[in-house]
Design a protein around this ligand. Structure first.
Ligand SMILES: [Ca+2]
Length: 176
């Protein structure tokens, strides 16, 4: 008597679609979790960088009696720079802060504690090429001086969306 091997049963289209659907959901969950972890890590890196820069601001204050001035941001945005005016303002102010802190030896020594990717060169159109402080997302921070004596000025990160003045994702040196 001849034995016949059982005929292999093919998957139906519905079974394949269900399997693909489940795989898609699992992929979405994994991607969502890893991007949330990456975002939290970037926020932590930003906070840690701000702590170091605030330490340098204190050193500057001890020596100069005032915090670094806020750059008046009067330079015109180059015509080939695609940024918003808000970004341009932040860029000029953080350039100003970078230069002032690095101009004081003890403050500059504090900045040596920063991770290498916090001090970056940002190019904004032809002829603009400046060192600035970057947040954990790779974008330059903003700096706002204060006119209130002894009150710490403010560093701000644009957060995960890369835009300043959006509520939920800004990270600020005053921990708000
Ligand atoms: Ca933002």
């Amino acid at each position: 008597m001849k034995c016949r091997a059982p005929k292999a049963r093919a998957f139906t289209l519905v079974e394949l679609l269900v399997a693909m659907f489940i795989i898609a959901i699992l992929v979405a969950i994994v991607v969502g979790v890893s991007s949330s972890v990456g975002r939290q890590a970037a926020i932590e890196r930003t906070r840690s960088s701000m702590d170091v820069i605030c330490g340098a601001l204190d050193v500057y204050y001890d020596q100069a009696g005032v915090y670094p001035a806020e750059d008046p941001a009067t330079d015109l945005k180059p015509s080939d720079c695609p940024w918003s005016d808000r970004d341009w303002q932040a860029y000029q102010r953080i350039i100003g802060l970078y230069g002032q802190l690095n101009g004081v030896q003890r403050a500059r020594a504090r900045l040596e504690q920063l991770a290498p990717d916090v001090r970056i060169t940002v190019v904004a159109g032809i002829g603009w090429d400046n060192m600035v402080f970057a947040d954990g997302f790779g974008k330059f921070m903003d700096y706002e001086a204060t006119t209130i004596a002894g009150k710490m000025p403010l560093l701000t990160s644009a957060g995960a969306d890369g835009r300043f003045e959006t509520a939920e994702d800004n990270v600020r040196s005053d921990k708000r």
